[in-house]
Design a protein around this ligand. Structure first.
Ligand code: HSE
Length: 347
């Protein structure tokens, strides 16, 4: 019971779409979580442009969400994300900073700092996962803490933990599917008659798109997800540059409509598979017949099919992006840590 009496201190690094999504769930579900034996308290929220707030006694998340919703700053405290991650009351750091695929940005620095100090990290930030997955997992192992990153692929729809934990013991040969919510939403809306720019603006408003949406439409986001899946599910670390990548920016309403007339749909399909030469990964738009299982995955929904030894093919489908949806991914990782389920995340 010792684990269950603990109040877990959380530090938010970033408080944008995903951070607010997680905070909203923690605020709404506080009582329900406590009844199941888990108590969480937010002790720090640090942002790049909207200030920081530290309170060792616990920050009232409903108040904070209301203030931030009004456009007020998070707080006036002067502290950086890496420093906040090391505050005495912090057990778990939620890295919900925007993805930076070039150098990992503040997310990589704070993840290194937190794991080096034995703090658990949960994240939706694809930069550190892309640039330093092996290093971060080794750092977590060395310092007896956990690096969990369910939120990097398919938001809260179980994808990584599903493969590593629910399908433990299966050998996965390949994975393919639709892994970007924004582009799938755009392609669906274009089929409904919306213009490309209008559909992208709506995806941004709904909190699906990356801070820089070129990351979505140029295929980078799907490529990094294929890279992460190759590394953790197929067990082969490959650089992002080795993922063959084509986005959807060149696809016109005419292309979408002509495909529809042929009873087909254009989908941005990501693949990672074992080959004789190692693991190869790619992302490209494909015209699929309407009878193809991926053709019916519409809007922000995503899907992944794992090809395995013991189960043959297993397909999951669910939201691929969204504020609460990604917040749910972080909550599931936080709960896994609170329950002490770490072993399968060890490479
Ligand atoms: N921009 C991403 C998407 C967010 O649209 O899928 C979730 O990773």
């Amino acid at each position: 019971m010792k684990n269950r009496e603990k109040v877990w201190g959380i530090c938010f690094a970033g408080f944008g779409n995903v951070g607010q999504g997680l905070a909203g769930i923690l605020a709404d579900e506080e009582e329900a979580l406590r009844r199941t034996g888990f108590s969480f308290q937010t002790v720090a929220v640090v942002t790049k442009t909207r200030g920081a707030l530290v309170d060792p006694e616990g920050i009232a998340l409903p108040d904070l969400l209301e203030r931030v919703g009004r456009g007020d700053p998070v707080g006036q405290d002067r502290i950086g994300a890496s420093e906040a991650a090391l505050l005495p009351g912090v057990d778990i750091v939620a890295d919900v900073t925007p993805t930076n695929l070039e150098d990992g940005g503040v997310g990589l620095a704070l993840t290194r700092a937190a794991l080096s100090a034995g703090r658990h990290v949960v994240t939706s930030d694809k930069g550190p996962a892309s640039l330093a997955m092996d290093e971060l997992r080794a750092l977590a192992r060395k310092n007896r803490c956990t690096y969990r990153f369910e939120g990097t692929v398919l938001s809260g729809t179980p994808a990584i933990n599903f493969a590593l934990e629910a399908m433990a013991g299966c050998s996965i040969r390949s994975v393919q599917g639709i892994v970007n919510g924004t582009t799938n939403y755009i392609l669906t809306k274009m089929e409904e008659g919306f213009g490309y720019a209008e559909a992208l603006a709506e995806a941004t408003k709904l909190g699906y798109a990356e801070a820089d949406p070129r990351g979505d439409v140029d295929g980078w986001d799907a490529a990094v997800k294929a890279q992460i899946l190759a590394g953790v599910v197929l067990g082969a670390s490959i650089p992002l540059s080795s993922v063959r990548r084509t986005g959807i920016a060149h696809i016109t309403a005419k292309d979408v409509n002509e495909a529809a007339r042929r009873r087909r749909r254009i989908k941005l399909v990501a693949r990672a598979e074992r080959t004789d030469g190692g693991v190869s990964a790619s992302v490209a738009p494909e015209e699929l017949p309407l009878t193809h299982p991926l053709a019916s995955v519409q809007g922000v929904m995503n899907a992944l099919t794992y090809s395995t030894d013991h189960l043959d093919q297993v397909t999951i489908t669910g939201p691929g992006a969204g504020r609460r949806e990604t917040g749910q991914a972080l909550l599931s990782d936080i709960l896994a840590i609170a329950r002490g389920r770490e072993a399968n995340h060890r490479p």
